[in-house]
Design a protein around this ligand. Sequence first.
Ligand code: 13P
Length: 249
Amino acid sequence: MRSKIVAGNWKMNNNLEQTEALLSELSAKLPDTDAEVMVAPTYVNLAGAVASLQGSKIEVIAQNMHFAENGAYTGEISGDMLLNIGVDTCIIGHSERRAYFGETDEILAKKVASALDQGIRVMFCFGEELEDRKSDNHFKVVERQLKNALFSLDASVWSKIILAYEPVWAIGTGETASPEQAQEMHAFIRNTIAEAYNSSIADKVSILYGGSVKPGNAKEIFSKPDVDGGLIGGASLVADDFVDIIKAI
Ligand code: 13P
């Protein structure tokens, strides 16, 4: 059985007070669920979030990390620092990091390998741009992103990987992939992993969908057999919306 996961990527939103207020509202309203529930606040609020969520089912995860364990990398954060404050899962490869911070497949491969090496669970994000889909290259692009960043990894680390397919054209645009488009791509991803590794690994990896998931469309997207949950941006900043999305799973 694959884990069902609903994760909120808060991106560069919420100062300290807003973080605490949202966490306490979420904790109070959290429905009973078998799904894993995660939130990714900004770096400066990670340790505080871990402290406020002691004993809660909600897990705090990070949005990014550097591949080096320490050293002269001004402004960066290491996996060791995350583990040290009780954060053991990190988003890597978000399209905003690729687009605005020059993160290439090569850099991401280093980040993923380093995170896994240090015992950090990786939520790896990838997805095609609008032009890729329009030119019917979306499967090729996704396959390349997976291959370049993940397929040199040893089979044994795959239990520590969560995948998040986020088509760039659906992020923050209000336009979402249709449930059929999501299912088609998720099945392709699972099949690609089965070919690169084996079907046991492919069957066990959770593949989340991200891109304008809202309370109104979550249920239908999550009902697809290869969609194991969602990575939620905007709607995760509103407690009632995030809670409704959790209920949808
Ligand atoms: P939105 O839900 O705001 O489209 O963002 C999705 C996302 O980028 C999550 O990582």
